[in-house]
Design a protein around this ligand. Structure first.
Ligand SMILES: *[C@@H]1O[C@H](CO)[C@@H](O)[C@H](O)[C@H]1NC(C)=O
Ligand SMILES: *[C@@H]1O[C@H](CO)[C@@H](O)[C@H](O)[C@H]1NC(C)=O
Ligand SMILES: *[C@@H]1O[C@H](CO)[C@@H](O)[C@H](O)[C@H]1NC(C)=O
Length: 190
């Protein structure tokens, strides 16, 4: 009887753990987030991406307002193997004005002859608009029931001071993100 009870208890704990660790964290809402102050150029400082990514270095993005609801997104990176810069264009918008820091970014991906739109979340967790930004996205993969997450520590410059960097990592860890997964983005191109 005791053994059964223990077994039930253990599997209960197991289920709880599995569920909490695979649940996407809620992104904070920054009610007064101002996308017009957020546009401009951002450099990747550290990041984690779940999906496949080409081996680009020196990645940076330029956001340009299109109109009051849409911004143009252009990502640049350098491919050291091909020795060339590559870029991809997309757009972003805020689907719910009550959560102005939760954006959707849509890139057009070439698949054969077709241009397919691929939307992704872009939640700004923290920014002072002038120095740093912390961007996070997470979705639950329906087939594996696991979360697919991305995190980006961005800077207006190619470097970011250690105090801001530490604070942003602290925010990630306190929301259950394992910061040891972050990799340092190379930014030493011309
Ligand atoms: C803003 O720009 C987008 C993308 O070009 C377009 O689809 C949309 O209709 C525009 N909205 C307004 C209000 O002009
Ligand atoms: C890379 O390309 C630049 C010009 O685009 C050229 O000057 C340079 O020699 C190239 N480097 C290599 C290693 O091929
Ligand atoms: C960016 O770097 C330049 C020099 O490289 C420095 O003068 C400036 O203060 C930096 N800006 C920020 C926001 O760290």
């Amino acid at each position: 009887m005791k053994i059964i009870a223990l077994f039930v208890l253990l599997s209960f704990i197991g289920i709880i753990n599995a569920e909490t660790s695979e649940e996407c964290p809620l992104s904070p809402v920054i009610g007064n987030f101002d996308v017009t102050k957020y546009v401009g150029q951002w450099y990747e400082i550290e990041k984690f991406t779940s999906g496949f990514e080409r081996n680009l270095i020196c990645i940076n993005a330029i956001y340009t307002p299109i109109n009051e609801s849409f911004i143009q997104v252009q990502n640049f990176g350098f491919d050291p193997v091909k020795n060339e810069t590559s870029s991809i264009k997309g757009y972003a918008f805020v689907p719910n004005q009550e959560k102005p820091n939760h954006l959707i970014v849509v890139f057009k991906i070439k698949m054969g002859d077709l241009l397919v739109e691929r939307p992704g979340k872009y939640d700004v967790w923290a920014t002072d608009y002038e120095t740093y930004s912390l961007v996070y996205s997470c979705r639950k993969d329906e087939s594996t029931n696991k979360k697919v997450e991305n995190a980006f520590i961005l800077s207006r410059n190619k470097t970011l001071d250690s105090i801001n960097l530490a604070n942003l990592k602290k925010m990630l860890s306190s929301n259950g993100f394992d910061v040891s997964k972050l990799i340092i983005a190379q930014q030493d191109c011309e």
